[in-house]
Design a protein around this ligand. Sequence first.
Ligand SMILES: [Fe+2]
Ligand SMILES: [Fe+2]
Length: 453
Amino acid sequence: MNVLVIESNPKAISLLSSALRADFDAKVHVEKHGVPGTAFISENPMLDLVVVRNINASPSHNEEETAKMVLNYIYDNKLTCKVLVLGQFEAAGFEYSHLPERFKLSDFSTTVRKTLGLTLENLKELKLGDYVPIDIENFYVMNKAPCDTYIKLARSTGDQYVKRIHMGDEFDKEAIQKYESQGVKELYVPTEQKGHFLEAQLKQYLGSILDVSKPEPVLVELRSDAYDINKTLINNTGVTEQMILMSQASIKAMAQSVVQNKKLGGLLKNILNNKGSFAYKHSYLISVFSSAVMPKLEWSEKRQFEANVERITFAAFFHDILLTEEKHIRIRNKLDLYQAKLEDKEKDLVLEHAHNMATFIHEMKHAPNGAEQIIREHHGMRNGIGFAEVYTSSLGAMSIMFIVLEDFVSSLLDFKEKGLTIKDILDNMNETYQLPSYKKIIKALQEALTDSF
Ligand SMILES: [Fe+2]
Ligand SMILES: [Fe+2]
C-alpha cells in the first residue's frame, strides 16, 4: 500500500509514518508542502491514500492551505486516491475523511482503515508476512543469533526464505559482510521473533561495549556501527525505545572513554586511524576535545565535569544524526550549502536538521539538561534553522564551545587531504571568530593541545 503524508511537523511525521508502516505495512512517502505533494500525486497514480495536514507553514513562512490544495488537485484531475485531512477543516463538495487537531494514534489507524474501506480481516492479511526484514548492519554489533535467520530469494512462484544462520550460531562482522558482498542487504527473522531479536541485539551490544578487555580500536568500530544503526533507526522509524536504549549505552561508553583516557594524543591517534564513519568520528571528537577544553574554562566547575561531558557527548551523538549523507554533514555555512547544489528536499533537510533534532530531544525522556539547546544552536542560529552568517554571543556558552570545536574537528578530519597543519587550522579559526566568547574557546583549545603534545 502506498501512502503520501504531507506534514511539516517532524514529530508528527515520525508518528504517522511509524503507525502506517506498523499497522498497514505501508510504503510511506513524506512531503512537507502542497506543491511537492501534488507533484508526487501526479507522478504516482498507484497512490492509495494521502494524509494531509489542513494548514502547513509554507517555505516562504506564510501559511498554506495544504488540504484544500490537495483536494482541489485530486478533484480537478479526477483521481481516485483517498484523502485523510488532519486538523480543523471543512470543505463542502469534496470527499475526504477527517481527524481533529489532536487525536489518539489508535484513532488514526482506525480512520485510515475505514477510509480505505478495509475490514479488520483484510488488515490481518495486509499485515506483515511470516518474516520481517532486518537491515544487515544490525548484525554488526551482535555475535550470536538469537533466532533462526533467513535470506529471501525472489522466485517467480513467490518469495522463498532460506535459513542461513541457525539459532545459537556464533558469527562475527566479517561473516556478515560476506553476505553483504553478495548483495544481501537485509536478513529475515520470523515475525513473532522480532521483539526477541531486538532485545538480544541490545544485550549483546551492551555486553561488547562494556567489555574492557576489548582493545580500543575494536570498541571504536563497535560504537561507530551502533551510531550508524541508530541513524538508520531514527530516520526510518523516529524515536523508538530500542533507539533510545542503544544510543544511551553508546553515549555512556563514549563519555567514559573520554573521561578515563586522559591523554588527548592517544585518543586522537586512535580515532583518526580506526575504522568508523565520518559521522561517528566527528561526533566523538567533539566530545573528546570538549573534555580537554572544559577544565580551562571558568564556567566549567570541576565537580560538574562529568555531567558536562555527558551533556556534550549526548549533543554530539545526536546533533547531525538526521543527516544521512556525509556530504550533508560537511556543510557548515551558507557558501557550503550553495556549492553543494542540493535538491530542494535535501536542502530543507540540511537547513532544518538542528531544529528537527532539537524537537526530537525535547520529547525524549532522560535527555540531559541543556543538550536540546546545544543541538538547536549548533549552526549558530537560535531557532535551529539555517546557518549563521555572523556568529553572535547570544547563544549558550556550551553551544559556543560546541560550534568552535566542531569547526576544529571538521578541519582536523581532513587535514591530511587539505595539507593543513594544526596551526593553520587555528589561524583560520581566529579569523572566522571575532567575538571574545569564541576566542576564549580557541585559546583554551590551544592550551589543551600544547599540554598534550
Ligand atoms: Fe556536525
Ligand atoms: Fe549540523
